[in-house]
Design a protein around this ligand. Structure first.
Ligand SMILES: Nc1ncnc2c1ncn2[C@@H]1O[C@H](COP(=O)(O)OP(=O)(O)OP(=O)(O)O)[C@@H](O)[C@H]1O
Length: 675
């Protein structure tokens, strides 16, 4: 007699002791046929044994981290994005319940976790954390791995776990399916220590997963609706060509009459069978990997872009008459294919910057929020523009706002806009806020960590509801924009310090790119310095200026706390102050000169310095350098400038290893010649 599935789903904690002895027997090979053991657990244990899972395992294998974790999170961005609101609820409502909610990908790798903080800590000891693999073949019978293996909701309690180290836990999980084709997209789990067991935990995951699925269905329908709307003109029967429209997964969803006729001719089909054949055609879910029917060519395909995101594909079968007339096949022009020059303005050849650009380019393909992190002046805004341009239509707006540059009141009004008379100082006729201005394009919020705490829930609401209220107005306005935020702060630390809301953090950091500091890519400095020298020479109308090898070396050794912005300023300052056509170390600022020569001294260089200068010595050295600069390397003039004897200048030059900065002949009064 088949066992009722619903009975199979729930654990029976009262059987725990008996199940433990069955497990011991199972491992010893002396199997007992106990009614305490659910059939699905028995089957799962057998799968684990077959997969040689170690029953003594105390935790999941080392979790995935770094670039591979980033790539996985990007790949699952849609699932993460859609489930973000329910995970935020879990954070609030599971606190102090002794449980956590876990979202995984279809292979059981944890993507996100929220819930009770003590349980989160305990889970960490088990490696139940983002990036960890909780498939059955890695961790044995467990709710995540087992629900993915059997495709139905399940509780795994205590002794039912296959691995000894996990037997203190009680877990309930179910799969999340693609609402269109039933594909498994991931699993949702609620876990806690044994005393958190409750049948309602399974009810909670099942209803939450259903909510995620319906949200996925809604977003799919919205996309499909927009796709049809965008292409309605192209699939009309007036077209001489056969046109088939595919959704973003490569499934045919609409075709004009001509396409049905042409398909009939191409495949020898008639009437309804050619319509049925149309419904079967798949072209893969991106142009690069399109699996085309034999009669189609790659050039028949064009991406359909909406707000910079590919939402479908049009296949145009050129009119046969045109072909027999000898005219070329009408190769379609993409509706809005991105001309990918977007990251070209980012200068750098180092491996680390190339990888960063690659990651940003990948993320640009979707519309998920991106958090750019990095020190000041590393190029966060340049990257934001790159992502926007790689993705958006040519005319889509890119609206940037620095949250750090305003008072609370001004920032509120800049972001949300206001209506006339809404506050003292409100503009006549009101003002469109940046959020509204970014509609259809990208909103770049620089220094998002500076957004005041009490403003954050309002901005979160905009992100969640896609609506904005101008200050002083009750009517909501619909908005649709891509959010790129940037920060030089560690936002997780800001959350711990109570300066940033965790729910907003999860909303804005669905994906992230960390932009390396200039220090981490010193090999790019020559390229950047040359670039700025050329650019700024042109801007200032100065011709034929170059930099000495010594300068480049110093620039490469400096720490650049202000990154590229500081480098650009340094080059500009040298260009404007140097009196020679070859910029030399002599033209460098004392900071760069003072820091740049560590371990790089070589004959002809400006000389090494030590890190161990006292503040006083540093000041003395800086004064000497300034004087040398002002006096063009003339030792007598330097002595006069500093009010000390020439012999003391020589002593100081020796002490600070700066002799190379004055003219070659110790006693010469000839003007300094650049190296
Ligand atoms: N890779 C790059 N190649 C060339 N120029 C760059 C690059 N990255 C940044 N820049 C230039 O450096 C300057 C600073 O860049 P940007 O304003 O994007 O930095 P940021 O990280 O946003 O700074 P902040 O955090 O202070 O706002 C700009 O003049 C920008 O054009």
């Amino acid at each position: 007699m088949p066992i009722s599935i619903s009975k199979q789903m729930f654990s029976l904690p009262e059987n725990d002791g008996r199940i433990m002895s069955v497990w011991e027997d199972f491992l010893n090979g002396t199997e007992t046929n106990s009614s305490a053991l659910r059939h699905l657990i028995d089957e799962s244990w057998r799968r684990c044994q077959h997969a040689s899972v170690d029953p003594n395992r105390a935790q999941a294998p080392v979790p995935m981290a770094g670039q591979s974790l980033h790539t996985l999170l990007d790949y699952c961005a849609e699932l993460l994005d859609v489930s973000a609101p329910v995970m935020a609820l879990a954070r609030d409502f599971l606190a102090e319940t002794g449980t956590v909610m876990v979202l995984t990908d279809p292979r059981g790798t944890v993507l996100n976790m929220e819930g009770d903080s003590t349980t989160l800590d305990a889970a960490e000891n088990l490696h139940l954390i983002t990036g960890a693999d909780w498939s059955e073949s890695s961790c044995g019978t467990n709710a995540i791995g087992t629900t993915l293996a059997i495709g139905q909701p399940v509780q795994i309690h205590s002794a039912e776990h296959y691995c000894e180290g996990i037997k203190r836990w009680s877990c309930s999980a179910t799969v999340i399916r693609d609402p269109l084709d039933g594909r498994t997209l991931g699993a949702l789990d609620v876990s806690g220590l044994n005393d958190s067991y409750g049948r309602h935990n399974l009810a909670l995951v099942v209803s939450t997963a259903a909510r995620i699925e319906s949200q996925l269905a809604k977003s799919e329908l919205d996309i499909r609706y927009s796709l049809l709307e965008a292409c309605v003109g192209r699939i009309s029967d007036n077209s001489g060509d056969g046109v088939i429209l595919f959704d973003r997964r490569g499934r045919a969803i609409k075709a004009n009459g001509k396409a049905t006729l042409m398909l009939g001719e191409l495949e020898g089909l008639h009437g309804s069978s050619s319509s049925a054949r149309l419904a079967e055609i798949r072209i893969g879910n991106d142009l690069a990997s399109a699996q085309l029917p034999a009669w189609a060519k790659e050039e028949f395909l064009e991406p359909v872009m909406l707000n910079g995101r590919q939402v479908g594909t049009l296949l145009t079968l050129p009119n046969r008459r045109q072909r027999s007339n000898g005219t070329s096949w009408s190769i379609p022009v993409p509706i809005a294919a991105p001309a990918d020059k977007s990251f070209e303005r980012i200068i750098g050849q180092s491996e680390v910057i190339k990888q960063t650009i690659f990651r940003a380019r990948q993320l640009a393909k979707s519309r998920v929020p991106v958090l750019l992190s990095g020190e000041t002046g590393v190029g966060k805004e340049v990257f934001a523009r790159g992502i926007h341009e790689a993705n958006a239509d040519k005319n889509a707006p890119f609206i940037a706002l620095n949250c750090g540059g305003f008072s609370r009141e001004l920032l509120t009004s800049e972001l949300f806009g206001h209506v006339e008379g809404s506050f003292t100082g409100a503009k006549r006729g009101g003002m469109t806020g940046k959020i509204e201005a970014a509609n259809g394009g990208t909103l770049f919020l620089d220094e998002i960590g500076e957004m005041p705490m009490d403003l954050q829930p309002y901005f979160l609401r905009v992100l969640e509801e896609g609506e904005v209220h101008r200050l002083g107005e009750t009517r909501p306005r619909k908005v649709n924009f891509r959010l790129i935020a940037a920060t030089h702060r560690d936002l997780r630390k800001e959350i711990r310090n109570g300066n940033f809301r965790m729910d907003l953090f999860y909303r804005v950091s669905v994906t992230s790119v960390n932009i390396p500091s200039l220090r981490e890519r010193a090999e790019d400095i020559p390229l950047l310095a040359e670039h700025y020298l050329k650019l700024l020479s042109r801007q200032h109308g100065i011709e034929n200026v170059t930099m000495s090898a010594g300068v480049i070396k110093r620039l490469m050794n400096y720490e650049w706390p202000g990154n590229i912005r500081e480098l650009k300023n340094a080059v500009e300052s040298m260009l404007l102050t140097s009196q020679h056509s070859v910029i030399s170390e002599f033209d460098l600022s004392p900071e760069i000169l003072g820091h740049g020569a560590e371990n790089t001294f070589s004959p002809g260089d400006d000389g090494p310095h030590g890190n161990d200068f006292t503040r006083f010595k540093q000041a003395e050295r800086t004064a000497l350098l300034n004087a040398i600069r002002q006096c063009n390397g003339n030792v007598s003039a330097v002595a006069r400038n500093l009010g000390i004897a020439k012999s003391t200048v020589y002593l100081m030059l020796k002490r600070f290893d700066l002799e190379g900065l004055v003219s070659a002949s110790r006693h010469s009064t000839a003007p300094y010649t650049p190296l």
